[in-house]
Design a protein. Structure first.
Length: 415
């Protein structure tokens, strides 16, 4: 179990400047989307305004962070190992009280996971040793490339050599999960191979490859597309092949986001032919509904429901590639004739109920609009720490929650 030690921070401000490819770069103003957390009659809440753009607040004091962790320990029942995950909106390595907070968490007998960090806030390798002595035993490190010049240009790292030495130190002494956003023509090809070789030699545990997003449909919903005018993303299929190839060539646990995990079959492992036997553990569907989902997830969902639902459920994809980033603009492009009288939206989509009902009932059909679970699978950022069985268990739990939503909101079949 990991308890979040949220240190706060604002992208661009509390991370020594934006990386060139940063999702939050070029955001000019706060947008209000609407979501399931909003009040029924009001569009906009902290999650779908400040939260989505990581503008919640600046770095917190060590006292605030430690107190929050202590409260969580007291209020949340837990058994077995507990770890503190230091994370926030800025770069963890740029938190000015990082040594203090690791000391405090260590005094609570908590091992520590440093969440996503580029290391560029640490200017002396000795600090890395102090963090390890303070109980840091797991690190998620954005390496981008083992090329100092590329790190300086793309991560805007003023001391790239020191950061790579820090990465090496963490790999040798902790469980290091490296991460790299893949920019085609920049840090793929031979650069990626060299990076993998370094990570392998240093003793890194895993590598998370992240597909670069550069358009609205790929997930840039903050009015900041494109991030890079002269660069295009890989296709999902090309990216999936890259993940599989790198996983097979190096002694690293390689996963990808939004796809794929070659070891567990995530995301949507239960859609695979070899896992069809597990579909019997999804409860009976007694309602009829349309599931609206993303361009990437929809084919997987269609496979599952074609096997378990006859014609009770259909899946309608939108052009947005990530379901939790679906906005009302995506719904406006849907052909309403494809929808049944009950519709299930992704639980975390950025659409208010008012907008959803107005858009999806615009043809005069009074549809029931419900929400499914927040997730239906796990992506490579999480699945790399799970077993095949863990992934199947989670997906079955989440698909059963989805079926419960279908049965609750869906029009009942007449026998």
């Amino acid at each position: 179990m990991q308890i979040v030690a949220d240190i706060g921070g604002i992208p661009g401000k509390d991370c020594d400047g934006f990386c060139k490819y940063c999702y939050f770069k070029k955001v000019q103003e706060m947008k209000t989307f609407g979501c399931s957390n909003c009040l029924p009659g009001k569009i906009g809440c902290e999650r779908c305004t400040k939260g989505v753009s990581e503008q919640v607040g600046e770095f917190k004091t060590p006292f605030e962070v430690i107190t929050s962790v202590q409260n969580t320990l007291m209020m949340s029942p837990h058994s077995g190992d507990v770890k503190a995950n230091i994370t926030g909106g800025g770069d963890v390595s740029c938190y000015p009280y990082l040594e203090d907070i690791t000391q405090g968490l260590n005094q609570l007998s908590l091992p520590i996971h440093l969440g996503y960090t580029s290391g560029k806030g640490i200017k002396d390798v000795k600090i890395g040793s102090k963090l390890i002595n303070n109980g840091v035993d797991e690190v998620t490190f954005t390496i981008f490339a083992n090329d100092a010049n590329l790190r300086k240009e793309w991560i805007r790292d003023s001391t790239p050599e020191v950061s790579l030495d820090i990465c090496k130190l963490f790999a040798e002494n902790t469980e290091l999960h490296a991460a790299s956003v893949i920019i085609p023509g920049v840090n793929d090809g031979d650069i990626l191979r060299n990076t993998c070789e370094s990570l392998e030699n240093w003793g890194a545990e895993a590598l998370i490859l992240m597909r670069f997003a550069n358009t609205f449909n790929e997930g840039l919903i903050l009015g900041n597309e494109p991030l890079l005018k002269d660069h295009e993303s890989q296709t999902v299929e090309e990216f999936e092949e890259l993940v599989k190839r790198i996983n097979s060539e190096y002694n690293l646990r390689v996963t990808g986001t939004p796809v794929c995990d070659p070891e567990t079959g995530a995301p949507f492992a239960i859609s695979k032919k070899e896992n069809e036997v597990f579909l019997q553990f999804i409860q009976e569907i007694t309602g009829e509904a349309t599931i609206i989902s993303s361009k990437i997830a929809s084919p997987y969902l269609t496979k599952v429901f074609n096997k378990i639902s006859d014609d009770n459920v259909n899946v309608v994809p939108v052009e947005k590639e990530i379901a939790c980033l679906i906005t009302k603009e995506d719904l406006e492009a849907i052909d309403l004739s494809d929808l049944k009288e009950s519709v299930i939206l992704p639980g975390r989509s950025f659409v208010h109920q008012i907008d959803a009902e107005e858009i999806l009932c615009a043809d005069g059909v009074d549809r029931v609009i419900g929400r499914g679970p927040d997730t239906l699978s796990v992506d490579g950022e999480l699945s790399g720490t799970l077993t095949d069985e863990n992934v199947i268990e989670r997906e079955l739990e989440q698909f059963n929650q989805l079926v419960e939503a279908i049965n609750f909101f869906g029009m009942k079949k007449i026998n």
